[in-house]
Design a protein around this ligand. Sequence first.
Ligand SMILES: Cc1cc2nc3c(=O)[nH]c(=O)nc-3n(C[C@H](O)[C@H](O)[C@H](O)COP(=O)(O)OP(=O)(O)OC[C@H]3O[C@@H](n4cnc5c(N)ncnc54)[C@H](O)[C@@H]3O)c2cc1C
Length: 289
Amino acid sequence: MDIEMYDVIILGSGPAGLTAALYTARANKKTLVLGGPTLGGQMATIAKLENYPGWHGDGMALAEFMKSQATSFGATVVSASARSVDGDAESGFNVAADDGKNYVGKTVIFATGASPRKLEIEGARELMGHGVSYCATCDGFFYYGKDVIVMGGGNAALNDALYLADVAKSVKIIYRKGAFTRAEAVLRNRVAERKNIECLFNTDLKRVAAVPDSDKIVVTTLDDKQIETDGLFVAIGHEANTDYLDEGVRRDEMGRLIPSELPAGTFVAGDVHSDIQMQPQLAPDAVRR
Ligand SMILES: Cc1cc2nc3c(=O)[nH]c(=O)nc-3n(C[C@H](O)[C@H](O)[C@H](O)COP(=O)(O)OP(=O)(O)OC[C@H]3O[C@@H](n4cnc5c(N)ncnc54)[C@H](O)[C@@H]3O)c2cc1C
């Protein structure tokens, strides 16, 4: 049986993977995108994208648009995840996927991005999907008119809090530091203006538990204060998605891939790249409203 050989196999369908696909397909390279669990990646979870030039709308719609741009030049996008990658540039790379198929490519681009860092406190794992969530735009709807907590203090946490403030009755932000120094000024200002958002600084959690005979949960802070709430949304950073690669492949301290450590014929793009350049954070007084 003839095995279909792609010029490029791209792992991931976030902005990095779909951008790479647009370029390789447009350069007439036979391109396959293994999209993974989420078409659009993190972008798809952003309810209101307003700082991407030329686009003002929800992230999922932009993901669909990027996908259609890539496929219009001949890229194939498959919703499957890579389980392993073997081979070399001479004989080709073999990507085993969770749809039971093996895909072969002359080159591979790793663009598998990052996933939310999980909260490692007592009760968090058991209550995931039952009061503990990692996606405000996916689950926020269930908390209409209710009280919620957002844990974290970066852009993602403040974005989540603002989104939830439109849906929930009240939002408490729990942050272990004394101020939102890692978040953009425009988001900090909006949070400060929202009457139904309360910020609890210098606070961290040690436990979350279900409240018996109710849908509520209760969180316990490090200083043993208990707060009852309907939902806990966790936004405490991200970890690179590289589980499908051998443990022998060297990563940086955040689990991201280092291009010089990868075999010839493989490339890295986006948040899974060790040398990622994050968007610049403007100093607070650099933003005039
Ligand atoms: C709430 C929020 C707000 C943000 N706001 C901004 C902003 O204002 N400006 C900005 O620049 N950035 C922002 N970001 C960050 C931005 O979304 C990311 O930097 C960007 O999505 C990274 O793109 P990526 O393609 O590298 O990875 P990701 O978006 O993480 O996509 C990874 C892709 O890999 C796939 N995948 C995972 N595992 C596998 C596997 N084994 N096989 C195949 N595919 C796999 C996933 O399905 C996904 O499609 C925000 C993020 C969040 C969560």
